[in-house]
Design a protein around this ligand. Structure first.
Ligand SMILES: Cc1ncc(COP(=O)(O)O)c(C=O)c1O
Length: 384
């Protein structure tokens, strides 16, 4: 059998660090290694790099002031901080979120429920869309926060966050959006989205892992989760991950500069892949919104096929995909997102997520169209 090229179609789980990002980071391991809190030259050099990255992130997400950017260890921390930070600053109240959020939001909300906060989990329609009217109806006099993701990590549905944010603002309720999957894929602008808090994670847009940012609009009161030193203006203790932060600054600059062209190219490849599989495989359904979806997201359910089995066979065929959220793979429960969209358990178990990246090519799509259909046919023939 001829050697097959390996194709990575799991970019929603993580992306490769861009060479320019790595290059920007390297001096901060061995040359500019000072602690940004130190007063000497080494420290001041580190501080300058930290503040430059903060301005890059500020520009990348449409913020107005560098102080609105707080560096974190990634999306999970950003989501936890937004929810718990607002809740603990207020002391009591009601929170609205959706059934299809990432577990970083859902599990933080569940923990807040154990602390006496009330949480409403809004449903979504069959395409995974949250209704702004549902958000409006769920608002109560004691609602302190609404959290709706900008784009879903499993099915790629893009939410009407600007509209939801406007409703919240008109009612004086804080609005948080998890934009972890959105940055680089679609235009992200905290101001235009009417967001008070917004979460980012660098490794989803060709930055390094373990670093992210939380946008906090000026004037929003947020409790700290990490206590200790005075880093991040006293809001988040702990010596900053300077190489990671520098990498994130570079990554956001690259991602936003090329966002429109990357999105156009990936949308074309995505639609070619969806159409091609629908033509070659019977009984396949597209999960998520047909058009209002992330440029790189393909999520399909193959009737009569186990997603996990399909994944393993695809891996043997050199194709890296996912059968649900990477953060939940390993668990065999059907995806909470697909169940919220109204899929049956069998449809959810038969789902496959292929997420394209900025470097995905037509040849990659051709290879998937060639290798995937016979695997589905084979798995089906073993079952019936
Ligand atoms: C929508 C969303 N939010 C949050 C996270 C968590 O981000 P991190 O891996 O940086 O903790 C992810 C990661 O998959 C995600 O897709």
């Amino acid at each position: 059998m001829p050697a097959q090229s390996r194709i990575y179609l799991d970019n929603a789980a993580t992306t490769a660090c861009a060479p320019q990002v790595l290059e920007a980071m390297l001096p901060y391991f061995t040359q500019v290694y000072g602690n940004a809190s130190s007063v000497h030259t080494f420290g001041r050099e580190a501080r300058r790099a930290l503040e430059q990255a903060r301005r890059q992130v500020m520009r990348g997400l449409g913020a107005k002031h560098p102080q609105e950017i707080l560096f974190t260890s990634g999306g999970t921390e950003g989501d936890n901080w937004a929810l718990k930070g607002v809740a603990l600053a207020r002391g009591a109240g009601h929170i609205i979120t959706t059934a299809i959020e990432h577990h970083a939001v859902l599990h933080a909300c569940q923990w807040l429920e154990t602390q006496g906060f009330e949480v409403t989990y809004l449903p979504v329609d069959g395409n995974g869309l949250v209704s702004p009217a549902d958000v409006e109806r769920a608002l109560r006099p004691d609602t302190i926060l609404v959290s709706v993701m900008a784009a879903n990590n499993e099915v790629g549905t893009i939410q009407p966050v600007a509209e939801i944010g406007a409703i919240c603002r008109a009612r004086g309720v804080l609005f948080h959006t998890d934009a972890v999957q959105a940055l680089g894929a679609i235009a992200v602008d905290a101001e235009a989205m009417n967001a008070d808090l917004l979460t980012l994670s660098a490794h989803k847009f060709h930055g390094p892992k373990g670093v992210g940012a939380l946008y906090v609009r000026r004037g929003v009161k947020l409790a700290s989760l990490l206590h200790g030193g005075a880093q991040e203006r006293g809001f988040r203790a702990g010596t900053e991950n300077l190489p990671g932060i520098v990498g994130m600054g570079k990554a956001i600059e690259l991602a936003t500069a090329h966002q429109a062209e990357n999105a156009a190219r990936m949308t074309r490849l995505r639609d070619r892949l969806i159409r091609g599989l629908q033509e070659r495989v019977r009984d396949v359904r597209l999960n998520g919104h047909p058009t209002q979806r992330l440029p790189g997201n393909v999520n399909l359910s193959f009737a009569g096929v186990e997603g996990e089995a399909l994944l393993l066979r695809l891996d043997l065929a050199g194709i890296a995909a996912s059968s649900g959220s990477a953060c939940t793979s390993g668990a065999l429960d059907p995806s909470h997102v697909l169940m919220a969209l109204g899929l049956t358990e069998a449809q959810a178990q038969g789902s496959l997520r292929l997420t394209l990246g900025t470097d995905t090519t037509d040849a990659d799509i051709d290879a998937v169209l060639e290798r995937l259909p016979p695997i589905v046919a084979d798995l089906r023939s073993m079952r019936y």
